[in-house]
Each structure stands twice: as C-alpha cells, then as structure tokens.
Design a protein around this ligand. Structure first.
Ligand code: PHE
Length: 362
C-alpha cells in the first residue's frame, strides 16, 4: 500500500503562498530548494510516482508537472520582482542631486615653477626628449672637470660655488651650480643617440633683486651621428615659440663662450621695453634667455663617447625668468617666500596639466 499523492492543488497553493510571502532573494532561494531541490516537496512526490499503477501514475504525474511549472513560473516572477525592488532601493539610497553646488576641497595649488617645468617638459617631450635627473649634491668631476673645467680653470670663478666638506673618499663636493652635470651623467651612463632634458634645482652664492641662492634650470642634450648647429637652432626656435605662445617670436643667436661647448651661443628673444613695460614679440629689442652650443669634443671624450663618430648640442636656461615673463610675476624672490596668498594668486589648479594638445596654460 503506498501513501496516496496529496492533492496537487493543495501542494500548489501551499508553495505559491510560500513564494508570495518571501521578501528577500535569499528566502526565495530557500523556498525554491524546499520545493524543487533534491529533497524538495515536489521532487519527493515525483519519486513516489513509480509506486502507482499506470493510470494513476499518468494522472498524478501530469498534475505534479503542472504544479512544478506553476511554482517555477512563480519563483521566476518573484525573483524578477525582488531584483527590481532591490535595484529601486539602491537607486533611492544612492540618489545624487547633480544640481547641488560643488564643495570645492582645499587641494592647494601648483607652484608656478613646477607648472613651468611641466610645460617645458611637455614641449620637449613632443620633440622626442626624455627627462633625466641627477643629484643636487655633486662632485667636482661632474660639475666641473668633465665639463672641460679642470681645477684652476677661470670659468669656475663665474659660478659662486657653494662648497661642501669633502666626501669620505676625499672627493670634493659642491651644490651643483648648473644642471650640466646631468648631461655628463647621461653620457657616461648611456650610449648615443641621446636626447634628454634635465630640469632641477641649482645653487650659487648670490642674492639680490635678480638672483636667489637656489634657482632652477633646464638643460637639454642631443648626441647623435649627424647633429649640427641647424638642429640646435630649429629646436630652440620651436621651443621658445611654443613656450611663450608667440608664433613669430624672433630669436637671435649671439656668439658666446662656455667651456663645455664649441661653438657657443647665447640666445636672445625679441621684446620691447617701451614705457618701462617688457613685452615679448617682434618689437626690435632683445632679451637674453639661454646659453647653448655644440658639445665640446673634450667633454664627449671625458664622458666615454667617441668624438670622431658622434657630436651633439646642449643648451641650458633658467626656469624662473621665463616663468616671470610668461606669467607676469614681477619679483624673483617671491617664488621662494612660501606665501600662501601669493601661491593662491599665481599658482595653478592641479588638474590643469600642461599638454601641447590642450594648451600649455589653459
Ligand atoms: N650650464 C650653463 C650655465 O649654467 C648653461 C649652458 C648649458 C650653456 C648647456 C651651454 C650648454 O651657465
């Protein structure tokens, strides 16, 4: 004697009520398992069909299948409802009123020197230069000797050097007086072709209206097999016009002297000084902004580069002066006063990253 299959409609009503009663997806899953899982109520009944005689089995089987379909459909529908409700609740909880005013957070400003360095790097990077860096505390070899300024060379006197106590091994140390030692380090440590710019802090014992003991320079170095003065000129003309945003800014290359370049030149850009106001452009007057030249063969040799095969050019300029010119900052010393009001006025928003495509000074 087998226990009779319970009335299919009671089972269905029971299960549908259970489905309707749950209000979380977890609870719904529990109901599904209790009905259709391996040990679920419908499954249990299905297993018992085998013990019925054929007619009863067919009838009960059909009835159970109908229950199964109805319950499965109800589970599906409830699941969709609950998921929809969960989404609606989440949207409600995470509601954002985009019309509310923003609350600006005090994230500070980018110092005009940092901004100017970033702008210069952006221009040179576009021409294929990489950035190289070196230490602020240099040894005598990198700052002077390798740059064709042996001990007692008169050009050393021009630099108002800050000397530091000798290193333990006896090497003379200085605060670097220019960024040129970074070109030495780049040549000693690398092989041509070389194309680097080296921005950084430099130090000279000098303090007045137009000099601070710490200031910034950016150096450029190109070494390759067929580099000539024309490349140097093209590169600097391009740079100055892009940096100052003046397409017809004239440049004048004046013969000059640096121990580490031969020939050497100083570069002036066009300006006017009428009415005591300095204005850049094609106005007949000139303002000196950088030094440059073809790298001296002796420097190449001292840095381990074959000067019969390679040659190149170098240039170096201060960062403060171009920054003052471009951004109308009248007093050099204010750069280093750490005055927050000044920084708020002359500083840049951190998200205004200079790029050639977006503009250098948006
Ligand atoms: N190092 C030089 C200076 O500080 C500038 C310079 C760099 C000149 C590279 C020529 C070539 O005065």
């Amino acid at each position: 004697m087998t226990t009779p299959i319970p009335a299919a409609d009671t089972l269905e009503a029971d299960l549908l009520a259970a489905v309707a009663a749950v209000d979380t997806l977890d609870a719904l899953e529990a109901v599904r398992v209790s009905a259709l899982g391996k040990k679920g109520r419908i499954t249990g009944q299905m297993k018992r069909l085998g013990g019925l005689d054929p007619d009863a089995r067919r009838e009960a089987g059909q009835a159970l299948n109908a229950v199964k379909d109805a319950v499965a459909a109800a589970l599906e529908a409830r699941k969709a409802e609950l998921a929809q409700a969960a989404l609606a609740a989440r949207l409600e909880a995470e509601r954002v009123d985009v019309s509310l005013p923003i609350r600006p957070r005090p994230v500070g400003r980018i110092h005009p020197i940092s901004q100017t360095i970033d702008e210069m790097i952006a221009i040179f990077a576009d021409m294929g230069f990489e950035v190289a860096e070196g230490p602020d505390i240099e040894d005598d070899f990198h700052n002077f000797t390798a740059l064709n300024m042996p001990p007692e060379h008169p050009a050393r006197q021009m630099h108002d050097t800050f000397y530091l106590p000798d290193a333990q091994d006896g090497t003379a140390r200085v605060l670097r007086t220019h960024t040129s030692p970074v070109q030495v380090r780049t040549m000693v440590g690398g092989t041509p072709p070389i194309r680097v710019v080296c921005p950084g802090r430099t130090y000279r014992s000098d303090y007045d209206m137009t000099h601070t003991p710490m200031f910034h320079q950016i150096e450029g170095l190109v070494i390759d097999e067929a580099t000539h003065m024309g490349h140097l000129k093209g590169c600097l003309v391009e740079f100055c016009r892009a940096f100052f945003g003046i397409d017809d800014l004239p440049l004048r290359f004046r013969p000059s002297f640096f121990p580490f370049t031969e020939p050497s030149a100083e570069v002036d850009i066009g300006c006017s000084r009428t009415g005591g106001e300095l204005k850049l452009g094609n106005h007949g007057d000139w303002l000196e902004i950088l030094g440059c030249g073809m790298v001296h063969p002796k420097v190449l040799e001292m840095c381990g580069i074959d000067s019969t095969r390679y040659q190149g050019f170098a240039f170096g300029m201060g960062i403060e002066r171009p920054a003052m010119l471009k951004y109308g900052i009248p007093d050099l010393r204010t750069f280093f006063d750490a005055d927050l009001r000044w920084l708020k006025h002359y500083g840049f928003l951190p998200l205004d990253m200079p790029s050639l495509a977006r503009g250098l000074n948006a």
